[in-house]
Each structure stands twice: as C-alpha cells, then as structure tokens.
Design a binder for this molecule. Structure first.
Ligand code: PGA
Length: 232
C-alpha cells in the first residue's frame, strides 16, 4: 500500500474544502498541518494525522516545544523529522534529528525521516549523492535497531527539487529509494515538486512506496487526485 503524506508547512489551506476529501481505500493518507489545526483536522478530515516536527524531551522547561506523547495524545500517528527546511532555517543537526527519532519511536509514533542532497552535490553525480545520503542516514538513525526501523519511513527529498517545480528524474529517485532500502530496510517515499501530473511517474516504480507532497497538498482536490493515482 502506498503512503501519501500532505505537508502543509506554514500554510492555511481551505479547511472547508478539505472536509469533502476522501482517500481511496488502498492508500494510506496522512495530513501534517501546523499544530494549532490538529483538533480540526482530526475531527473533520478523513485521513491520518501527522506532525511536522517534535522535540525529544517528554516535558520540562522547553518553551515552544511539543513532545511525542503530546502528539500521540492529540491523535497523531506520524511525525515528520529532519525536513530540509528545518535543517536550513532552524539549524537542526543530525544529532538533534537522531534524538527526535529515538524519542518518537519510543513513544510509538511513526517517523517520516527526510533526507536529501543539495544541487551542488547532485551535480557531481548520483554516486556522490548516495554517499551523502548514506552519511545522513547513518547519523540520523544511529542506535535505531531493526525492530525500530519498522516505525520509520525515509522520505528522499533532494533539496533542489523542493518547492521548485523541478522534480527529480523518477528513474533517479527510484535508484536512490532502492539504495536507501538496502541501507536501512525502511520504506522509502519521494518528495520534491510532486503533483497530480507527475505523481504516476514516481509511484509506478515499485521501489518508491509513496510521496511527501508540499505545495500540491494545499489544494484538497489536487491532493485527492494524487491519492487516487497512488491507488492504481
Ligand atoms: P513540495 O514540498 O512538494 O512543495 O516540493 C515537498 C516537501 O517539502 O515535503
């Protein structure tokens, strides 16, 4: 079954339109809204709930942070960790990402770990990109055993493909997905400028277990089309 994840980022989609969203039966659909919309999304959208981030401590003096157990209590099943926008804008390191993954898995959340290389690296060739991704995975998943990996989905998101309208070549991301699977044993989804026009090119590859969708997830109808493509 393919996994299709909506990452709304810091946006407010038309929630009234989302009320009529319906996911095909044989696709797992997850919506990751900004935290304050959790209750409304949980109540009115027929999909699983995910968070865009989490902190590694359970409670305490950590202003602005949210723990895995609070997310679970609020109905979240998934959490995105290590998105390149957080790595870039908030200086999230692999060490922080690793702590977040360990805490989330411990508390029973499913993790969507984002990895991806820059354009500069990709320009030097896909083998160099694989080396970079392997290093990220090693650091991010340090101490995660085979059993824990069952709770982790890796999202391969080349940084240069995110929000640019220039997706990766589907054959290249399929090759990378295969490489990540071989390294980790985790399910692998692709993210970076996925929309209803190109989704089939990615999802038709058996190595690609789904998609992480940003911009195209803001429109309920467009996202529904992607979910339908994933069902076929
Ligand atoms: P995009 O974002 O679909 O807008 O490229 C994907 C992501 O950042 O998860």
């Amino acid at each position: 079954m393919k996994l299709i994840v909506a990452n709304w980022k810091l946006n407010t989609p038309n929630l009234v339109e989302w009320k009529s969203f319906s996911a095909p039966k044989n696709v797992e659909v997850v919506i990751c809204p900004p935290f304050p919309y959790f209750a409304e999304v949980k109540k009115s959208i027929k999909a699983k709930l995910g968070a865009q981030d989490v902190f590694w401590e359970e409670s305490g003096a950590f202003t602005g942070e949210v723990s895995p157990s609070i997310l679970k209590e609020q109905g979240a099943e998934y959490v995105i960790i290590g998105h390149s926008e957080r790595r870039h804008w908030l200086g999230e390191t692999d060490e922080m990402i690793n702590k977040k993954i360990i805490a989330s898995v411990r508390d029973g959340l499913k993790v969507i770990l984002c990895v991806g290389e820059s354009k500069v690296i990709r320009k030097t060739g896909i083998e160099e990109a694989k080396k970079f991704i392997a290093e990220q995975l090693e650091k991010d998943l340090a101490g995660i055993n085979k059993e824990d990996v069952k709770c982790v989905v890796v999202a391969y998101e080349p940084i240069w493909a995110i929000g640019t309208g220039i997706p990766d070549k589907p054959e290249d991301s399929a090759e990378m997905a295969q490489f990540i699977k071989m390294k980790t044993g985790a399910r692998v989804i692709y993210g970076g400028s996925v929309n209803s026009k190109n989704a089939a090119d990615f999802l038709s590859h058996a190595e690609i277990d789904g998609a992480l969708v940003g911009g195209a997830s803001l429109d309920a109808k467009e996202f529904e089309k992607i979910a339908e493509i994933a069902a076929n």
